[in-house]
Each structure stands twice: as C-alpha cells, then as structure tokens.
Design a protein around this ligand. Sequence first.
Ligand code: ADP
Length: 537
Amino acid sequence: MAGMMQHWELRVSGLIDFAAREHGAQEIVSRVADGTVVRTNWAGVRNDALRMVQALRRLGLAPGDRVATLAMNHARHLVSWYGATGAGCVLHTINPRLFDDQLEFIVNHAEDRVMLYDRAFQPIIDRMKPHWPTIEHYICFDAETAAQESAFDQCLGAEDGDATWTSGDERDPCMLCYTSGTTGDPKGVLYEHRSTMLHTLAVVAPSALNLEARSVMLPVVPMFHANSWGIPFACAATGAKLVFSQVNDPAWWVGLSNAENVTHFAGVPTIWFGLLKYLDETGEKMSGVRHGFTGGAAMPRSIVERLMREGMRVVHAWGMTETSPFGTSNYEKPGWDDLSFDEQVSLRTMQGYGIYGSEVRIVDLDDPATVLPRDGTSAGALQVRGHWTVNRYLKADADATDADGWFATGDVAVMHPDGAMQLTDRTKDVIKSGGEWISSVELENAAVGHPAVAEAAAIGVPHPRWDERPLLVVVCETGQAVAAEELRAFLADKVAKWWLPDAIEFVDEIPHTGTGKISKKDLRKQFADYRLPDAAT
Ligand code: ADP
C-alpha cells in the first residue's frame, strides 16, 4: 500500500518562498567593501533571485549548468545562491584563497559557465581568465564606486522578476564545493536539493544552530567554503535576520553586532582569536551575542572557557565539505546543569554528538573492519554516513564510501560512553611514539593556552628508539616571548608526561592551506632534516 500524503520535491527554492511569504520584512544587512551598510529583506532577496533566474535563462544557461562565485559574504552573493539554484543550475562557490593551480583545476573540472565575483578579486580574474576557457560570462557583483550600477545589478535590472523557479527532482544537484585538496587534486562535492534541505531542517534545531525568527545571525564563516555551514539556508528556513560583513575585520563584526543586535555569531577558531584580541585591545563589548558557533578546526579549551565565562552558549561542531558540513554538534544532554563549570568546559571542547541524519563511528586505524567501542580511550579512524554525506566525488569513477555507506573522514577520534566525539588528530598527522599514539591536536591546544603563544603545531620527527617524537613549532604573540623550558613546564600538567615535546622551535610563521588551516604537510617538509637535540631521550 502506498502512503497517501502529498509529495513535494524538497527544493531549495521552497526555503526562499517560505522566508519571503512568512518573514518578508525580515532584514538582510550587509556591510559591503566600501564600508557602507546595505539593507534588503527576505522578500527583496526572493525578488532579486527570480530576476537572476530570468537573467541566467537569457544567457542561455540550462538546468545543471554551473554558475561560479568568487566572493565574500554579502546579500548579492546570497541572491546568487537562490538565483542559480532556483534556475536549476549548480552554484559553485570558490575559495579565493586557493592557489592558482587549484583555481585553474576546479573551474575547468566543474566546467563553470558564469563567474560572479567581487571587485576585490579582480586581480585573480585578470590572472586566471586565460586559464578558464569554459567561462563565458564574467559578472562583477559590485561597481567601482557606490554611485555606479554594478554589472550584477544591471543584469538583474533588465528583468522584472515575473518568473517561476525551475522545478525538478529533489535529487538534482544544487551546490558544488571543492575540498582544499591537501593531498592530490581538489575533489568536488556535489550537493543535492534534497541533501541540502534535510541538512537545513536538521541544523536549525537547538542541538545545532538554534535558530528562530527572532535570531540575528552574523556568519563570519565564508559563503565560499562548505556552504557557510548551511547558515544562509537555515536562516531562510526560520526567518532569522542575516548580517554580513564583506570584509573580515573584527571592528566591523563588533560594530555590526552591536548595531544590528546580533544574537548568533559563527566563525572558525582563528576568527574567534581575532575577535577576542580586538575586544581585549579596545575594551569594546559584544554583549548581545548569546550563541557562539565554532568548528572547522580544534578550539582551544582556554577560548571555550573564556566565551562561556562571558555567558555565551558555545556550540562546537565538527564537519567537513563532504558532510554539507554538519557532522556532529556539541549540545547539552540531560544532567548538563548538574555538571561543574570545568566539566562543562571539557565537554564543550569536544566535537559533540551525532545529530539526526549524520552517524559517526570509529574503526581501528590499521583494520577498518574492526569497529571500536565508545569507551573514552580507544582512538580510531572516524567514519561518517547519512543523508548529507558525500557518496561520490564529481566525475569520480567509484564511490567514496564503503558498501555500507561509511565515508572515511581522515580524522582520528575517541568516542566517549555518552556518545561525545573528541577529535585527536588527522590520520596523516598522528605521532606514533613507542607504538602509542600522541595527539598532535591536544598538544597544540594546550600550547596555545599559554598567553605568549599565538599559534602552535606539533609534528612527529624520527627518533631512533621511539620511532617518532613530537616537535612543537610555535609562533609567539607579537612583542611576546616564552622560553622553551617555560613552555614545557606549562604543558607538564596538561598532557601526559610522555607526550611532552622533545623540542620546541620558534618561528615567525607556520604554513597554512588555502582554507587557512595549518599545513602539516608543508611543515613536515620544512623540518624534514630536523634532528632532535637529544635523540637518546
Ligand atoms: P578542507 O577542504 O580543508 O578539508 P573542510 O572544512 O572540509 O576543509 O575540513 C574538514 C576537516 O576540518 C575535518 O576533517 C577536521 O579535520 C577538521 N575539523 C572540522 N571541524 C573540526 C573541529 N570542530 N575540531 C577539530 N577539527 C575540525
């Protein structure tokens, strides 16, 4: 017997229809590159998106064609998300910080036909144009001066918005994002309308983004990376107000937060470091923010504690481009209020629990067929599967998962008996000393807890007796210094004794990937010939 309820394809256009219908006047505020604050609302975004649908059709784009963006966060970029997907096209967000060879590879691999971009990235466009033969139309989001009309506005201005969304199957593709490719070429993750909608419906919940119509969200997570954590969709699904800062500047975030009554703020740990540093230096406050979201890289305990002391609900999520990106989220389980403050900080520093639709487990590092227990001590390779986990990369010949749908994340984690997941490393970065694993991430987190340390990275270096021993590479805060011995003493009560780094090297800069994460690969190269001072330790 078939079910007898209505069937509506889960399409992203349904989100913007809802937001415009029920929350049409809810504002979308952008502080754009020239410093001015521009306002629109959900009804305005819908109307502009429909005009973009008409413009794309006029340019000859068909459903399935790729429309690329090279842009920071602002309302025009948001319009393009709904406009391109509403025309049935695939919106391909590109990270402007990628290296030229990666930019060349992904645009050609995706066969993008249109490139929408911020004027700030004109040098990239000028440089890359000869290498991007598939792009037929370059459309700049912003004009040279505020008095001029931008190419994007002209494009939309020629249309009346009297159009309908492209309809189709919910499994049609809608968004495309490439992983940064720390190994090999970048890989394209092709999100579907259905996976995006299910992800959206899950992450609006209190256990993830905790959004409602009264929420005001400032996502500093870029719209060009991992779907900005799904925030632009989740805000439409709830009618929340969105506030964008086109320029990454703590002064802008704080100014916008206070002027627009921001309640929700999302950023990777580096964003939080920059924000707190700014607040400390200026004495300014950002007191309205009640929900702070972090993820994308390990968040040091010291920062979690500081934010919690300021009364913020810190939600720490784990995910990746391949998981749309929410995989786990750190929410309160029953009994939370009975825990001590310190215990709460410890839990918040972990990456949290599975949310409905995304399942995680750990398996033996050398034998993936052996599933490891949630015992709080066994460290294993983290696997994930679910409604919004990748199945196969774009144009790949084989699935990226095993027969049961499990995707190997490349992360190493411990699962606690209550289900809390704690990331300890990347499989490629673990340090193996005397047959035991040392978590480079925990060492780094402990090190950045020292006030003089701005950034730290631990890598394994060869050791005749122990196979590998940790070397800690440290960048000090400007104008500050700490002696290696003092730092070792500081770490002594924070990590196991045998984890203490055998050597600490101070450098001016640690290499980063295109997505701003520490590049252990480059760091290992840099220290390839490194010999520990006392290899007999
Ligand atoms: P990339 O393109 O660099 O792989 P992703 O955003 O997909 O960018 O990166 C995903 C990776 O980021 C994860 O596999 C994990 O190693 C790391 N990561 C994500 N969230 C967290 C977190 N909360 N804590 C620690 N590491 C994280």
